[in-house]
Design a protein around this ligand. Structure first.
Ligand SMILES: Cc1cc2nc3c(=O)[nH]c(=O)nc-3n(C[C@H](O)[C@H](O)[C@H](O)COP(=O)(O)O)c2cc1C
Length: 210
């Protein structure tokens, strides 16, 4: 499918066909494409908790205003931002192998680590900015996930996360992971929501000045 078609046929699914199973291979294919998403300093903040277990899905449904599509979806996925991504061990995990493979030299490595440390300090001093940074990075990742899913024949619906503390307890989500959004995934029933009104481009794009 061409990219413009892919973008046009992605819709937020109204409801899923019940009992459609997704395999590990299905998820692997989708995530292999999704992992190419951009991220600040390539720190790759996004983490996914894929919930396929029926009972566990029901628990998420209860904690999410009982939206029925969580029941019929093959999986409900929690998309989270990892606050540890700005800690040195995580930074070294990304840049260490690049130095080893001589993709960057020692000097570039040291300069990059130093720059990221400063960025990291700024975020730690300003929790609102850290939240924004997680939302930016995770949002881009999640959009690529939904397009990749469609590419492999699966439908999705993005959702807000509700009752975060209960979800944390239920799924033992550690404090450094911040749930940002949910995505239900599966095979859509035939009913496709028509595309909601979209503002004309001229209404939301300006060039050079307001
Ligand atoms: C942050 C966010 C939360 C959303 N929450 C829900 C939701 O709880 N239930 C739902 O059916 N759709 C939800 N949606 C989907 C939107 O309603 C949908 O994207 C919008 O109406 C445009 O439709 P389209 O995605 O089919 O183009 C959400 C979308 C976003 C981005």
């Amino acid at each position: 499918m061409s990219f413009d078609n892919l973008v046009k046929v992605r819709h937020s699914t109204v409801n899923f066909i019940e009992d459609e199973k997704m395999t590990e291979e299905d998820f692997k294919n989708i995530f292999e494409l999704t992992k190419t998403a951009p991220s600040a300093f390539n720190l790759q903040f996004a983490e996914y908790l894929v919930i396929t277990d029926k009972e566990k899905k029901e628990r998420v449904k209860e904690l999410s205003h009982n939206q029925y599509k969580i029941h019929t979806a093959s999986a409900v996925i929690l998309v989270m931002g990892n606050k540890n991504s700005i800690e040195l061990p995580e930074i070294e995990k990304i840049y260490g192998p690049m130095k080893l493979l001589k993709m960057i030299d020692e000097l570039e490595y040291e300069m990059t680590i130093e720059t990221i440390k400063q960025y990291s300090e700024r975020l730690k001093e300003n929790p609102n900015e850290l939240d924004m940074e997680l939302a930016r990075n995770v949002g881009l990742h999640a959009m690529l996930f939904m397009l990749s899913a469609k590419h492999f024949g699966f439908d999705t619906c993005p959702m807000h996360v509700h009752n975060v503390e209960e979800l944390r307890n239920e799924f033992s989500i550690p404090a450094h992971l911040e749930p940002i959004m949910m995505i239900t995934i599966g095979k859509s029933v035939d009913k496709v929501r028509s595309r909601g009104y979209r503002k004309p481009v001229g209404e939301f794009v300006n060039f050079n000045r307001y």
